[in-house]
Design a protein around this ligand. Sequence first.
Ligand SMILES: C[S@@+](CC[C@H](N)C(=O)[O-])C[C@H]1O[C@@H](n2cnc3c(N)ncnc32)[C@H](O)[C@@H]1O
Length: 266
Amino acid sequence: MRIGVITIFPELFTTFLDTSLVGRAVTKGLLDVQVHDLRSFTDDRHRSVDDEPYGGGGGMVMTAPPWIRAVEELSGSRKPRRILLSPQGPALTDAKVRALAEEEELLLLCGRYEAIDERAIELVVDEEISIGDYVLSGGELPAMVLVEALSRQIPGVVGLPESVEQDSFRSGLLDHCHFTRPPEVNGLKVPTVLLSGNHAAIESWRGVQAVRATVEKRPDLLPKLRPEQLSAVQWRELENLGRSTEVGGQEASPSSVVATQTRDTE
Ligand SMILES: C[S@@+](CC[C@H](N)C(=O)[O-])C[C@H]1O[C@@H](n2cnc3c(N)ncnc32)[C@H](O)[C@@H]1O
């Protein structure tokens, strides 16, 4: 996957692109990230990218021409999807990350100051994406969030593809809890099932833990779940917790539950 980034602080990306899974993806050629300095697309001596707002008020506004020039020059004839990181866009989700991972090329625009001149947004931005309902000082961290999330979707970046599939949200639930050595920490023991070597029992236990974690930490996910995303064991756990009626897209249809029960025993 190819990703271009436009920013006035390209140096912020140096360590990020050299480190951990993203660094490895770049080194292996699975991910190509090119970071461009917006100031290289200015045409004045001071390489200025901002000016006072029309209408007055506080803060500086990023001028449109450098953005338009940068996006047009960097896009060439390839037509990458052009995304402005902005608190005003819809919040990034796992589904959105997966959809964007299908694109061949993205161009990420990192704003700074009070805003970018609206005409640049109208002319050279395809969509806005937010990383949450709070305001940062620039789009660089949100761009890194998006690049890192995308990198996990590229085959070969995460060692075990199953671990991406088992991550939170992918199945509609949160991930189950995890344990490693030592077997006891301050009197707290590892659940015995995890030491049993019984893979079916471990899978079933993990499925139940995923349901419990979701009910406890993110009950807002339940209405978005479909019954067929749950195994029979998970469905039973939801019923035991008195939460099965919150599962969305269901008429608590016995056929869907029977279908999942059948799948479970296969
Ligand atoms: C100080 S913010 C501008 C906020 C703007 N005045 C507003 O209230 O909508 C400067 C830049 O940071 C980035 N930014 C800030 N918060 C963000 C968020 N939650 N998600 C994505 N980008 C964000 C955007 O690129 C934005 O142009």
